[in-house]
Design a protein around this ligand. Structure first.
Ligand code: NAD
Length: 430
């Protein structure tokens, strides 16, 4: 089997004029090829999503008109288990983006050793422009439309940008009504009362902190006393900020979709979280000085945490960043070209597929608890999360040292070995 570069161009359904972020994913996969030995024979598998479902999501708006929205569910790879990955509600959702996010889930789940393939979904809407009742109708219709490919042993969605535990409650209810029985294991990130897991909501942020701490230990940069800059102050960035602070770091700058603020003495994170809960964003928060986007990307710090969207760390920003370690809370925040610049500048990057894997790890615990209808304590959950993250971090770090590659490539090597070994052992049907 030949391995070709630029594979996105050979998928006829992709817009070749706008190849990102799938092109970044393909480039990351290409970088692994020399390290896979005979398994590279199967690498092409990872350059093609196994299954793509595109759906029309029509609803009656509150004003009586009919709105139509574009929905997706992509199952990138199912060699190691059912699909797993979030659902995004955002105006920039495209097939290309959902494919890349699904691909990163395949790699993340395999790198952590979780028994899942990779999947992702999304609806191209700005959730802030819809009423709660409209969002419920969009969520229910979308769930019904993708109902043919999801299920507790087929593909298990979870929250992502623009969705939350309420979205998951509606998805679980809709799927359950359609199949005729309560199927709590069809989604994770649910409210506790519906079979959700303790610790799930904060798991991604907690994992970001664990990854940062492990990196800091190896680089001699302790979290306690460190200065942290965070882009994105939602589920991931907000909770990571809180846990960094609880462990003695100070967040000196934050940015969200409405602007950036800085405070060299350290931003009062609990107050910032309260402000966002009340007002929807950091705009108007008095605990810091407003700064420009340009200044935000040049703040002197020890840890920089992109926790918003993909493609944020561009080559130009990578040249300016004044940090020691980048911990990727978001999926795909750093382009491959920016990755190379950070590497040349000796800035350590802890990649998304490791750094933000805390969320899917506790989603795995939630799914297991739902299957057994036996629920664990928060202490037990946090201890198991800690143990899985620390072990995965150590194995990936060791691979990076052995092969003299970046932490990202090391994580991809471990993940691709697992996925492609499964592919080879299962064999091709027919
Ligand atoms: P969220 O919707 O809760 O928060 C997103 C944050 O990013 C908000 O503060 C928003 O204002 C900000 N933002 C949006 N556009 C921005 C821009 N252009 N510039 C600066 N800030 C901007 O979403 P989330 O769940 O925290 O997800 C954030 C990232 O983390 C995404 O890449 C997501 O895929 C990834 N992730 C999330 C989870 C999870 O469990 N929620 C798990 C793993 C990875």
């Amino acid at each position: 089997m030949t391995i070709m570069a630029n594979h996105h161009s050979s998928l006829s359904y992709l817009d070749t004029a706008r190849p990102e972020p799938w092109a970044s994913f393909i480039e990351q996969i290409d970088r692994v090829a020399p390290h896979l030995g005979p398994l590279s024979h199967w690498l092409e598998t990872l350059k093609r999503p196994k299954r793509i479902l595109m759906v029309d999501v029509p609803i009656i708006r509150d004003d009586g008109t009919i709105g139509h929205y574009e929905g997706y569910r992509v199952q990138h790879n199912l060699s190691r288990g059912p699909g797993k990955g979030g659902v995004r509600f955002h105006p920039a959702v495209t097939l290309n983006e959902v494919m890349a996010l699904a691909g990163w889930m395949t790699v993340k789940n395999a790198a952590l050793g979780l028994p899942f393939g990779g999947a992702k979904g999304g609806v191209r809407i700005d959730p802030r422009r819809f009423s709660r009742a409209e969002l419920e109708r969009i969520t229910r219709r979308y769930t019904s439309e993708i109902g043919i490919v999801i299920g507790p042993d087929k593909d298990i969605p979870a929250p992502d940008v623009g969705t939350n535990e309420q979205t998951m409650a509606w998805m679980m209810d809709t799927y359950s009504v359609n199949v005729g029985h309560t199927a709590s294991g069809v989604v994770t990130g649910k409210p506790i009362a519906l079979g959700g897991s303790l610790g799930r909501q904060e798991a991604t942020g907690r994992g970001v902190y664990i990854a940062a701490r492990e990196a800091g230990l190896r680089r001699g940069i302790p979290v306690a006393g460190a200065r942290v800059v965070i882009q994105g102050f939602g589920n991931v960035g907000g909770i990571a900020a809180r846990i960094f602070r609880e462990n003695g770091a100070k967040a000196i700058a934050l940015q969200d979709a409405d602007g950036a603020i800085a405070n060299p003495a350290g931003i009062d994170i609990p107050a910032a979280l309260t402000h966002v809960a009340a007002h929807g964003s950091l705009a108007g928060f008095a605990g810091g000085e407003a700064i420009s986007g340009e200044d935000f990307w040049q703040m002197d710090c020890e840890y920089f945490v992109p926790a918003a969207l993909e493609g944020q760390v561009t080559p130009a920003r990578a040249r300016n960043l004044r940090t020691k370690i980048v911990v990727e809370g978001a999926n795909g925040p750093t382009t491959p070209a920016a990755d190379d610049i950070l590497h040349e500048r000796n800035i350590l990057v802890i990649p998304d597929v490791l750094a933000n894997a805390g969320g899917v790890t506790v989603s795995y615990f939630e799914w297991v608890q739902d299957f057994s209808s036996f629920f664990w304590s928060e202490e037990e959950i946090n201890a198991r999360l800690e143990s899985i993250m620390v072990k995965a971090f150590a194995a990936i770090w060791q691979m990076a040292e052995e092969r003299q590659v970046s932490i990202r490539t090391a994580a991809f090597i471990i993940a691709c070995q697992r996925v492609l070994a499964a592919r080879e052992q299962r064999g091709l049907y027919p």
